[in-house]
Unconditional design. Sequence first.
Length: 76
Amino acid sequence: MLGKQSLPHSVIEFVNANLLKRGEDHFNFKLDCILSIMKLAMHCTAASLEERINIRDVVTTLENIKLKFLKDVGGD
């Protein structure tokens, strides 16, 4: 399993090539968005229940990720 420390460096290796290709428009914004979603997924799958994020925070975090991405790609 991927650790939190290796996630930023490995995300490009396991994301579907149709979602993220180096050199394409908004590559860095897409990478940041996918990385944020993967970090959230790691919080959702923490080993202990106490470490897991609650569903309300998941929804809020996903909404914030979406808004940031839309702001980033719309700012060209």
